[in-house]
Design a protein around this ligand. Sequence first.
Ligand code: AMP
Ligand code: ZN
Length: 271
Amino acid sequence: MDIEKEVERTIKDYGLMKKSDKIVVALSGGKDSTSILYILHKLGYNVHGLLIDLYLGDWSKTHNEKMTKFCSSIGVPLTIVDLKKELGQGICFIKAVLKKQKNLTGCTVCGITKRWVLNKWAKKLDADKLVTGHNLDDEAQNVLMNFMKGNILLGMNSSPATGDEEIEGFVQRVKPFFFVPESEILNYAKKNNFDILYDKCPCAFGTYRVETRGWMKELSDSDKKKIVQGFQKIIPRIRKENPREIFSCKHCGQPSRSEICNACKIFECLH
Ligand code: AMP
Ligand code: ZN
């Protein structure tokens, strides 16, 4: 598969971005976000890397160093956000507190925290779009996990262009790898000899997502595509039947489905 062509097609089909946009790419340091930064830069988009230092020991340190080198080698600016400066704590402490107080899983807490920090900084950087490296495997996992939890409504915003461009205070998140299988991105990163870490997050163990990822290895890439495309077909109907209000969070002002956003509910537990 030519994943550069696939990215161009998704951008065109879903109107994800324009050449005049400022595109902030959320960089974890892994193969997906590094590859999408590289491809968008190669296609001539105005990109800027954004990496959150989560304070996961040597793992974070290596990612920071490698991304600093990578971005400077291709001439892309990089902003590294220090989570301790943002929230006073590293991600491990935040996860441990939330596990104890609200029995929330690590990946949920980390996901909500990252989304909040990324939106805040994408706004600060004056971004038109915020790109993440989510791929077909991630999206297929979401569809199946939500289905097995008995709550497909959780996935009703799933799209290569998440959210609505017009929501005040929200930088639209876009996922150009939405239809690209993880295996193809891995081949691409290796073929291009990207000097990055290929390991999975050291904290992601024992969660429902990790378990799902395990048995989904049995599925072919074309099955994963059918799962994602099949769900995309029914989304318009689900959205129509379940309109949801958007509030501005009372604490931070970021868009939220309730009066106080999920991130602020988490941050309250840290005091
Ligand atoms: P993950 O939640 O680790 O599967 O990552 C999904 C996407 O979120 C990645 O492809 C990145 O675009 C973004 N992301 C993950 N971790 C970070 C981080 N530490 N800093 C910035 N963006 C991140
Ligand atoms: Zn908030």
